[in-house]
Write a protein that binds this ligand. Structure first.
Ligand SMILES: Nc1ncnc2c1ncn2[C@@H]1O[C@H](COP(=O)(O)OP(=O)(O)OP(=O)(O)O)[C@@H](O)[C@H]1O
Ligand SMILES: [Mg+2]
Length: 222
């Protein structure tokens, strides 16, 4: 039986990584084989592209080129990690995925929607997530959280955009959640971590029924 594919999306510092880790742990305690991954990156080929993108090295080529690099990295990530894992019955939890490309390169980077959609079709195939949590947090709070976590380190290519950019980004994520309610759930991320984790778990149980997932080979062999 194919596993479920869950993604976390939202602005900088919204708590995606925190919640992705918490969910993966919870699934693992149920005996489900979980693969935790992230974008950009997630596979050796895609991690190379991640470095190019986040260093800003691709920025001079424009958002169309950036979007193509994200798509190339995603195709590799799907082919080498996500799809084989799902086919083996594992559940995949991914920190950022296709909605981040739609928002950062599409809505905000001004790569046209037909272009973004075309790239999605090429890179995604059947690899759409079963469930996507969109963490919604006022941009100033998210940036302050990200800044605190980073300490004195330099902000990356996207963190260094201005507040209006980050507010527009949140708006674009909310728009996706509204348009695709079957796949997406908007989560109020301006709450204590544990409350958010509990809500996410309730929704995973309701929508994906992890209690009916078969144990993985490794679990059975234990
Ligand atoms: N609900 C919360 N309340 C307060 N602080 C939080 C909450 N969730 C996460 N944090 C803290 O905020 C910081 C950012 O969280 P996290 O790294 O999970 O966000 P992210 O969405 O993955 O960020 P980025 O976009 O930079 O990858 C971390 O220091 C984390 O411990
Ligand atoms: Mg993160």
């Amino acid at each position: 039986m194919r596993g479920s594919f869950i993604t976390f999306e939202g602005g900088e510092g919204a708590g995606k990584s925190t919640q992705a880790v918490a969910l993966a742990k919870k699934l693992a305690t149920m005996g489900i084989g979980v693969v935790s991954t992230r974008e950009p990156g997630g596979s050796p080929g895609a991690e190379l592209v991640r470095h190019v993108l986040l260093s800003g090295a691709a920025k001079p080529f424009g958002t169309d080129a950036e979007a193509m690099l994200f798509a190339a990295a995603r195709a590799d990530h799907l082919d080498t990690l996500i799809t084989p894992s799902l086919e083996n019955g594992k559940w995949v939890v991914c920190d950022r995925f296709v909605d981040s490309t739609r928002v950062y390169q599409g809505v905000l980077g001004k790569a046209g929607w037909p272009f973004i959609k075309g790239l999605e079709k090429l890179s995604l195939g059947e690899g759409s997530p079963n469930l996507t949590f969109i963490l919604d947090l006022p941009a100033d709070i998210g940036l302050a959280r990200a800044h605190e976590r980073r300490g004195e380190g330099a902000p990356d290519r996207f963190e260094s955009e201005n507040l209006a950019f980050h507010e527009a980004l949140n708006e674009a994520f909310r728009d996706i959640a509204q348009r695709e309610p079957d796949r997406c759930v908007l989560v109020d991320a301006n709450r204590p971590k544990d409350r958010i984790t509990a809500d996410i778990w309730r929704l995973v149980r309701k929508r994906l029924h992890p209690e009916t997932a078969p144990m993985t080979i490794e679990e059975i062999a234990r």
